[in-house]
Design a protein around this ligand. Structure first.
Ligand SMILES: [Fe+2]
Ligand SMILES: [Fe+2]
Length: 371
């Protein structure tokens, strides 16, 4: 069997620190019949009663006493021992590499987690699939191609953040809980668009090398915050604005409902990313240059996406309401594009990133290829 090499120098513990030895405890217990009970004297802050609010016992309701203090620096033991518990000195390290709060924190993470839990939906039950009716060929082709693109890109927003999630110190559990809900949301988005492509007489269309390149760059981001800029601010922000215009894009009520539900989920993901970057840039303003470099690259790839017909034409057909209204659809796409860029720049402003002077994305759709 191949040996897994763990090169992470941050590991400060190892499995070897846990002494595995035959227990004399049970033998003694059976002999004397007297329980040890020493664990009853080893505990965190004790005697509090968390009170549920109108919406039940939420995470914020248990952020009481010392349990509500999120440290700026995560525990050096780097194990999964819960924040606030007594931590034995021999716990093995899991080698977390994100140990500073600012590297992952967002002030809205807890609220977004609660909202995500409360608003989970099922692509099997909550979409009125039985109402789908045959569409004209041009609209069905366009919708299926758009679903192919969305099926292609949606899961990166689960794969990439969770790659970092396992590196985040357990003391920042609120962030990890939120990222876990994002992974579930993205699983549902991937499955709902795949289902839509197969549900109305069409099927999957053509995948895109450029989309794959943009996903790979997200996956290869050098830090969690750099990934957040590429993924949450630009990538998910792009689809969020698109879903917000879903009623104009959707050729049926079923499609409109899919976009509406995905939009609610995406707004949480984008909300987390924006607030995280704000916290990170406040703590480490010098990181702005790394973020800008990432966005330079991400924006230039996004521009390239519009050099292929399968990226441009389906949206124009859907927005125009058919191939015979293609010109009108292109005009509507130009408006959508302007909205996408404006909302993206507003998010950068909100995160404290002065992106406007450097942004490669023109608000004028006709100047896309002159950029
Ligand atoms: Fe998504
Ligand atoms: Fe998302």
């Amino acid at each position: 069997m191949p040996t897994v090499q763990i090169k992470d120098e941050a590991r400060i513990g190892s499995d070897a620190r846990v002494k595995l030895q035959p227990s004399v405890y049970l033998e003694k217990l059976f002999q004397t019949g007297t329980p040890d009970l020493s664990w009853m004297n080893q505990h965190g802050e004790w005697g509090m009663r968390a009170k549920p609010g109108n919406l039940g016992l939420r995470l914020k309701d248990i952020e009481i006493g010392s349990y509500g203090v999120v440290p700026d620096h995560g525990g050096d033991h780097r194990s999964m021992a819960p924040r606030g518990a007594v931590v034995p000195s021999d716990v093995p390290s899991l080698g977390f590499t994100i140990n500073e709060k600012a590297e992952c924190w967002a002030d809205n993470a807890m609220e977004l987690y609660e909202e995500a839990v409360a608003r989970q939906w099922s692509s099997a039950r909550d979409i009125p699939w039985s109402e789908l009716k045959p569409l004209p060929d041009d609209l069905e082709h366009a919708m299926c191609q758009l679903c192919t693109f969305l099926t292609e890109v949606e899961f990166i927003a689960a794969d990439a953040p969770t790659r970092w999630m396992s590196q985040i110190n357990q003391d920042f559990l609120e962030v990890k809980l939120f990222l876990a809900t994002q992974a579930m949301d993205e699983a549902r988005h991937t499955d709902v668009f795949r289902k839509r492509a197969l549900a109305n007489g069409g099927g999957l269309g053509k995948a895109s090398a450029l989309s794959q390149l943009s996903l790979k760059r997200i996956f290869d981001s050098p830090s969690f915050s750099a990934q957040t800029a590429r993924l949450h601010l630009l990538g998910e922000g792009f689809v969020l604005t698109m879903f917000r215009q879903g009623e104009f894009i959707a050729p049926s009520r079923v499609d409109s409902e899919i976009f509406r539900r995905c939009m609610q989920d995406e707004s949480r993901h984008v909300g987390y990313g924006t607030m995280h970057l704000r916290a990170q840039l406040k703590a480490r303003p010098e990181l702005a240059e790394e973020i800008h470099d990432q966005l330079d690259d991400a924006e230039s790839i996004l521009l390239q996406l519009f050099s292929v017909p399968e990226s441009v034409e389906p949206m124009a057909i859907l927005l125009g309401g058919g191939l015979k209204h293609f010109d009108q659809g292109m005009e509507m796409q130009a408006n959508l594009w302007r909205r996408i860029v404006n909302e993206y720049l507003q998010r950068c402003d909100s995160a404290g990133l002065d992106r406007r002077p450097r942004c490669l994305l023109p608000t004028d759709f006709t100047k896309l290829f002159a950029a």
